[in-house]
Design a protein around this ligand. Sequence first.
Ligand SMILES: NC(=O)c1ccc[n+]([C@@H]2O[C@H](COP(=O)([O-])OP(=O)(O)OC[C@H]3O[C@@H](n4cnc5c(N)ncnc54)[C@H](OP(=O)(O)O)[C@@H]3O)[C@@H](O)[C@H]2O)c1
Length: 331
Amino acid sequence: MQTITRTRVARAVRPGGPDVIELSVVDLSPPGPGEALVRVEAVGLNHADTLIRSGDYAVTMPFPLDVGVEAAGTVVATGPEVVLPPGTRVAGTGWLGACADFVTVPAERLVPVPSELDTEAAACVAHAAAAAGALTRVWPVAGRTAAVWGAAGAVGRLLVPLLTALGAEVVGIASGDRVAVPRALGAAHVVDRSAGRVAEDVRAATGGRGVDVVFDPVASATFRTSLAMLAPRGCLVNYGQLDGPISGADFAELYRAGGVFVTKFNAGAYVSGYDDVRGLIAAGLDLAATRPGVVSPVAGRFGLDEVAAAYRALEAGAPGKVLVLPTRGGR
Ligand SMILES: NC(=O)c1ccc[n+]([C@@H]2O[C@H](COP(=O)([O-])OP(=O)(O)OC[C@H]3O[C@@H](n4cnc5c(N)ncnc54)[C@H](OP(=O)(O)O)[C@@H]3O)[C@@H](O)[C@H]2O)c1
């Protein structure tokens, strides 16, 4: 087989918006011990990519920054100590610089893709599967009630069936027709947020008591609504900031909401190493392969020379997963 020595890679040359992304051609070293070289076939873009590229997030990275973390593709070469053979179809997250033709990845971050799942679908699910799996560990859910904002989004589509399987009674929140998604994935109740009375509707679904836990990826626009839908001593799990960070919060609000808890989710605090993360992703890929509706619809497909446009689509609120397909338009 031909040795791969160069790759195109999309690189943010400084912190900023999508315009800071440029396509470069760089040399590749052969994979070292514990590493694999993967031909990237589909990259799933994530909101966290945008936050990190902006340069003012809780996670800061050095620039220039090779963009993209979640992808699926095929192993083309391996270094010493790697068990997966070349030719294995793999997916995962934490593949730094995934927006590339080829990327060198620590083999511990590679998860084989089930044969029933196509490569694009795997790239839609891997990152969300790690997050959703870890989120189920934050607060006890068996026999309790749980509200899930963004229940028709990438994470929500996994979180709803995972919580349901653990014995939670789930209230799925989505907008308009999208409430059909959490309903089909096992939510006992759904709430259309476009009706503008989410807290009231969640309380009504729980006989007025409120939920034991709410999973909120939005932050600033939903923080107080989330507090208002909690039962006494319930927990608000914030795991994203789709609408900007929470500001101006006051401890007295937690008292008034019933002595509730609030946590800013850090996935690393709920997993023990990459073996554990691989297990969560493998479970999510299996669920996606067997359960219709778990995979977000693809809202846009872009080539490697269109990565800035792909991030613009994500940041404009694309109603589904935005993918970069390095083979589109030729390598
Ligand atoms: N911490 C982690 O480990 C981790 C990992 C993965 C993702 N995340 C975070 O999780 C969040 C969701 O990611 P995702 O990939 O699932 O995104 P997604 O597929 O875009 O879904 C998010 C959904 O949230 C809903 N939404 C958007 N704006 C809203 C608002 N202002 N109020 C209420 N609902 C709103 C939308 O659904 P409706 O219009 O149907 O309501 C949207 O589909 C992001 O903030 C992301 O950064 C965190």
